[in-house]
Structure formats: C-alpha cells, structure tokens
Write a protein that binds this ligand. Structure first.
Ligand code: F6R
Length: 613
C-alpha cells in the first residue's frame, strides 16, 4: 500500500524513479510524485491520477534535473487523492522532503504542537506532519540523523519514511517500522524501495531492512543504524527473480500472465518439499513431539488468503483430525482467541506485510501460540516474525487480484495437512500415497484447464453473462470454500455484486433474491454431495436462475442435464479439487472484467499489500 522509491547515483534520477514507480504502481495508484535534488534546489512534481500523468508532466523525467531523488505512488488514507495530498511533501521551510508509506497515528497531536510553533501545512496528510516534525527537529539539532532519531521518538504508527535534506546533497535517509523497505545497490548507485521489483532492472543485490532500522545512503556509501543511532551491520542478499517476472511478457494484463503461471508456480512451490514421494519439511520445527500435543489450529489471514484457510479447514480436519478454525485477521485480534502453547496459528499472506495479519500474528505470539507463516515475499515482516515460515515460490505477483499466490498457498496447506497427518499417523500409507500421487499431478492438470479450447469456452460465457448485476456462487464442502474465492474475484475486478453461499443454505434466506435471469455459478465436484448440490441448483432454476456449473469429468454429463452451461475440470482427489476448480473462476472473472472494460490489474479503490488496519 503506497509504493516508495529513492535513488542516488551518477545518472539522472527522475527517469529511474519513474521506472521504479511503474513497478510499484500495483501498491497504490491514485496519485504520484517525485522530487529530485540538483545544485542546492529541490524539483518537485506531483500529480493526481496514474503515473502516466506524472510522466507526461515531467516529460518522462527529462525536465527534472538531479542525480538523487525520491518518488511515491499513493493509495490515499489521510486526505483525498489530489495534487496537494500527493507525496513527496516538502516542509514549510523548504528544507526537507519526505515520502512515506504507513500511518502516523498521532498526527493530529503533532500537527497541533507544530501549529502552535508557527509551522504551516498545505495538505490533509499525516505525512506532511512527519515531514514538518522532522524539519522542526532539524532546526533544533542542525544534524539530519539526530533530527530523524528525535522525530521518530515522537511518532506513533507505522512508516517507511524516505527523506532528503537541502543541506545534505545526494544523501537519502530512510527509516522503517511495520512497512516494507529494502536497500538495493550497485557500483555508483543506491536505492531504497518498498519492494525489490522497483530495483530489479538495476540490481539484484539487496538488504531487507528490519523494523526500527535506518539506512543512510548516497551514490557510493551506505550506513545502517539502529533506533539509537548506533551503526549496525546488515547482510546483503541476492534476489534470483528474473526481471521478466515483474513484466507482462506479452500478456495483456499481469492477472492473465499470473493465471497462466500457476502450473509452474505450483510445481516450483511443491517440488523442493517432496523427495522420493515423501513430504519433507525439514526447514520448520513442527516435530512429532509438538504435533502430538496439538489441540487446535487457527488459520488467520485476510481476503483470498483467508479463503485458502476456508479450504484448509476441510483438508486439515479430514486428514489430521485436529480442529481447525479459519479466522479473519482483523477479527482474530479482538475475539479473545483460545491460544496456548498447544495451539498452532497458521498465518497466510502473499505480501507478508498485511497490517491486520501482522497484528494477528503478534497477538497469537503474545498469547503463547506457535506461529507458522505461509508467505510469498521473502524478507517480509510476517516471514521474519513468525516462529516458522514456509515460502510459496510464486514469484512476484503484480496484479492486485491474487491468483498464483492463492494457488501456491493452497498447495502449501495441502502439503502441511499431509505432513501432519503422516507424522501423527492419522492416515494410512495407502491414503497418503494416493493423495500425494494425485497432488503431484495438479500442475499438469492446471495446464490442461488452460488450453486454448478451454479458455475459449470461458470467454464465451463471459460474453454471455458480462452484463449481469448480481451473481450467486453456490457449492458444498470444499466447493463452497472455492466459491468464496470465485465471488471475491468477480467483485473486485468486474465490480459485479456477488455472494457465495453454502448451497444448502440458500433456502434459508438468500433464495428470495433469485429471479428471472439471475446468474448462479455452482461448483459441484464432490461425489458424496453432488446430488444434494444438484437439488439446490434445481431450486434456483425453478425460480428463473441461469446456472453455470463447474464440475469434474466424472460428473460432467449429470451436471449438464441440470444446468444451462458448464465447464469441466479434470478429476482428482475430492479434497484437492479446489486447486483445479478455482482456475475457471479466475478466468471467468478476468474475461467478464475485460468485457466490461474494467481496469483489471488496478481495480478501483484497491491496492495490493494492505498495510493499514
Ligand atoms: C484478493 C486479494 C486480497 C488479498 C488480501 C491479503 O484478490 O488479493 O484479498 O488476498 O488482501 O493479502 P496478503 O495475502 O498479501 O496478506
């Protein structure tokens, strides 16, 4: 949420900043700005709207001189998207410029204090308060580092704060707390950024900053400090992502590219964890002794990651016979959760920075639970703070709506369930073998769904249904959990009102909303429940619904006898079907959104990596 980039080097900074911001735009895209520094002067341009407005206003950065600068792409929290509220903010005395990601919680108090001292403000933002506070501390101390340390003492909240000062040419000073920040470097340049994607074109050598750390850099030097201002050593890491991983590579949208990357991402995520047909999780500390005492598992996450938890409940309970409760991270903190040392809290997050999820992780630890994170972004806050972490190797996910991260999270949940079940001897060797064999086939089966012929079928359905205003997704058991994700996808990228209901629940209220032409999407893959779901479909059809059914080959003919149109996915073990059934739902949302002319990769009002509560 909000992307920031700072650059100090020996080439013009503005084009580099614009390039970095383009990679970070997925984090927020309601306004942008850059400030460069040249011969004792700041050059500041800010624009409401997309980055293209800023590129136009700066002639692609050519009219912004200077070899050092900072830039920002915003997702508004305090103050509407506008030129004046856009970052960077400049202090009232023109000495300091700042870009910021996070929230300064006590900004009103600080603003009042500064106003009493005669400081003036232009914007409604909390960031301008941080900027003016820093400038005021600088007036008092005459030293930028000391001023930053003093200002941070007074600030409550979260920040990745990137600062330039008129008196210190070429130097960029940055501080991090609960918002991501990396330092990237090469010969004669240094970067700070919210995410490695912003620097990949220039370097793969990065340092992940921890909370309460500060980095001071220019083109040739870097110093890392702790919150007391003592120098500390940090170890650089090499990022092995290809640059192309963060580019569209010929696809019209990142979302489509990421849908197609799922077979590879899935295989990359599971292959290091399966050896000789055995699940190996030797990088985490869930041993038999601990697992024997395990009394309950919470799966805590937000949005799609939470829906992975909803599938996980069925999978883990079935295989491991341990109670599992999926919980929204924003609720977990406040529900007085029943945690002790025998509780495992599974934290799922693509970004590893989601504020609600991070807060829930801390709450779980505070209550003495064991925490295990499933995270995509290496070095993210959640990956660092959890007791154990299992990475999904999905590569960078740029589209705001998640697809490949969802699939790989689900893969890890399946692996974990099998691992626990096997360690606790809750399933037989035959069951284990059968499920693992089916599991290893999933990447190939996802590819089967993504053939041209299949995608053409989904495109046709999208053309047929793109004008509907309400959609109901229904399914039972794991199919119900998949429906939750399908419904969210359609809401967020196609702006269609949709709801997901357990198929058996429809008659207890929501069926009153079904009328002539209402679209019902039903996922029905489970043999034991198939007939029951068919009855529920018939109930909706009797009230005028048009039904699109998603089922597997085994049930294809029987489904077709009931629904208006169907999409058929390959057969697999019932608990693994969600990894396949979600794919047509992702494609359906994508093509419906395309038909409706929506901005697929950057849906309105949203941003990836939600770092505010
Ligand atoms: C939906 C989507 C969001 C995220 C949610 C959690 O397509 O992407 O619902 O799943 O914001 O984000 P992470 O996984 O980064 O914690």
């Amino acid at each position: 949420m909000c992307g920031i980039v700072g650059f100090s080097g020996k080439i013009p900074a503005a084009p580099v900043l614009l390039d970095g911001l383009a990679k970070l735009e997925y984090r927020g895209y309601d306004s942008t700005g850059i400030c460069t520094f040249d011969h004792g002067e700041f050059f500041l341009t800010k624009k409401q709207g997309r980055l293209s407005n800023l590129a136009e206003a700066t002639d692609d950065g050519k009219n912004m001189p200077g070899e050092a600068g900072i830039g920002h792409t915003r997702w508004a929290t305090h103050g509407a998207p506008s030129d004046v509220n856009a970052h960077p903010h400049m202090s009232w005395n023109g000495k300091i410029v700042v870009v910021h990601n996070g929230i300064i919680e006590n900004y009103l108090l600080l603003k009042e204090m500064l106003t009493e001292k005669g400081v003036t403000f232009q914007s409604e933002t909390d960031t301008e308060v941080a900027c003016n506070l820093l400038a005021w501390c600088y007036e008092e101390t005459g030293d930028l580092r000391s001023a930053l340390l003093r200002a941070l003492d007074m600030i409550e909240g979260s920040y990745a704060l990137v600062v330039m000062c008129k008196d210190v040419p070429g130097t960029i000073l940055s501080a991090k707390k609960a918002s991501p920040l990396i330092y990237g470097f090469g010969k004669d340049f240094g970067f700070v950024a919210s995410d490695v994607t912003a620097v990949l074109r220039y370097t793969r050598e990065v340092v992940y900053l921890d909370d309460d750390e500060i980095v001071e850099m220019d083109a040739e030097h870097v110093t890392f400090l702790d919150r007391q201002g003592n120098e500390i050593q940090k170890t650089p890491e090499h990022v092995d992502w290809e640059i192309s991983a963060a580019e569209k590579g010929g696809y019209d949208h990142f979302m489509l590219k990421e849908i197609y990357e799922q077979p590879t991402a899935f295989a990359k995520t599971i292959s290091p964890r399966i050896r000789d047909h055995h699940i190996v999780l030797d990088d985490i500390s869930l041993d038999e002794e601990y697992l024997k005492k395990l009394s309950r598992i919470y799966v805590v996450a937000c949005g799609s990651a939470y829906y992975v938890g909803c599938v996980g409940k069925y999978v883990i309970e079935k295989l491991c016979r341990v109670p599992v409760e999926p919980m929204l991270a924003s609720e977990f903190r406040y529900c007085d959760p029943l945690c002790d040392e025998n509780t495992l809290v599974l934290i799922i997050s693509q970004s590893g920075e989601t504020a609600d999820t991070l807060a829930a992780l801390r709450e779980a630890k505070r209550r003495g639970a064991r925490t295990l994170a499933i995270v995509n972004v290496v070095g993210s806050s959640i990956s660092k703070e959890a007791d154990d972490v299992i990475y999904t190797w999905a590569g960078p996910e740029i589209a705001v709506a998640t697809t490949k991260a969802y699939s790989t999270q689900l893969a890890i949940v399946d692996i974990l369930a099998l691992y626990i079940a096997q360690t606790l001897k809750r399933i037989t060797k035959e069951e284990y073998d059968t499920i693992l064999t089916a599991f290893e086939k999933l990447p190939e089966q996802i590819s089967e769904i993504l053939t041209e012929e299949n995608v053409e079928i989904i495109k046709q359905y999208a053309r047929q249904f793109h004008q509907v205003e309400d959609v109901y997704f229904i399914g039972r058991h794991v199919d119900n959990a998949t429906c939750l994700e399908g419904s969210l996808k359609l809401k967020e990228i196609a702006y269609i009102h949709s709801e997901a209901y357990a198929a058996g629940e429809l008659k207890h209220g929501p069926i009153s909303l079904i009328e002539d032409g209402t679209l019902v999407v039903s996922v029905a893959t489970n043999g034991m429940l198939f007939d029951k779901t068919m009855s529920n479909i018939k109930e909706t059809k009797a009230r005028g619904a048009k039904v699109l059914g998603i089922t597997n080959r085994t049930h294809a003919q029987r489904m077709l006898d009931t629904v208006d149109c169907e999409f058929v996915i390959p057969d697999t073990e019932p608990i693994l079907q969600p990894s396949l059934s979600v794919v047509p739902l992702q494609l359906f949302s994508y093509y419906v959104s395309l038909e409706r002319g929506c901005d697929i990769d950057k849906p309105r009002n949203l941003a990836k990596s939600v770092t505010v509560e």
